[in-house]
Design a protein. Structure first.
Length: 245
């Protein structure tokens, strides 16, 4: 019985040491991965990297990690226009089947999916916010974007008729869609400029607009978009996504 007790104590101690070593190695690997991702993507701040699954060390021996979650608070995406960028908030990606090199200098995920948000004030930069002639005696500009409910964007337009600014801005509900790397906002109906008529294509030159979003981390791409409370909520996906190297 004494020998059995000693054996059990030894197993418990060794098990505890293994768990401790596993967690220390995990913490170190997450830090290294975060630093490499920050460098490879040119991020302003260090992202959050969380490696899932236990034990970690057996995954390392196999050369593949089952599940890695990455969080980037603020990401500057390319717009494809004169080096301009678009801020994407709270980009979170779940990477599956991450293969890495022996020296951890490179890592590639078999698949990736995630979510992020483009705030309305950020997307507003894309809309025509300068006074533009829509019809003789009528000028207009977009002054606000907000949640219109039921997955719609509320586009608020300020108009001036014969030199007199309308007392209240007019608004329309718009549908947001994605095609390739481009987010499009399209008004469901045309705004009423208090009886002043204008050609539809001229009005839509104000109410409708699009924004290209390129250069997302590791080559992930836009998948779906939907209007939310604080901005356009996007989902992303990709395959053979490079985390580093």
């Amino acid at each position: 019985m004494r020998a059995l007790r000693i054996l059990l104590i030894t197993v418990v101690v060794l098990g505890g040491l293994f768990v401790l070593a596993d967690r220390l190695a995990l913490h170190f690997a997450e830090g290294e991965a975060a630093d490499k991702l920050r460098t490879s993507e040119g991020l302003a701040t260090t992202p959050d990297v969380s490696i899932k699954g236990f034990p970690f060390l057996t995954q390392v021996v196999g050369g593949s990690l089952e599940d890695v979650e990455v969080g980037i608070k603020d990401y500057e995406a390319d717009t494809g226009v004169n080096g301009q960028s678009l801020r994407i908030d709270d980009l979170k990606a779940d990477m599956k089947g991450v293969e890495f090199s022996g020296d951890y200098s490179s890592a590639t995920a078999a698949t990736a999916s995630g979510t992020a948000t483009v705030a309305y004030d950020e997307l507003l930069k894309t809309a025509k916010s300068e006074e533009t002639q829509v019809a003789p005696g009528l000028t207009a500009k977009v002054v606000g974007l907000s949640d219109g409910g039921n997955g719609k964007i509320k586009v608020t337009v300020e108009a001036t008729v014969l030199g007199v600014k309308l007392a209240e801005p007019v608004s329309v509900l718009s549908t947001v869609t994605v095609e390739g790397d481009t987010v499009r906002v399209h008004a469901d109906s045309l705004p009423d400029f208090r009886g002043v008529t204008a050609a539809e294509n001229e009005v839509r030159s104000i109410t409708d607009f699009e924004q290209k979003i390129e250069g997302l981390p590791g080559g992930i791409r836009l998948d779906k978009v939907q209007a939310g409370k604080s901005g356009v909520e996007i989902t992303v996906k990709g395959s053979n996504v490079r985390l580093a190297g």
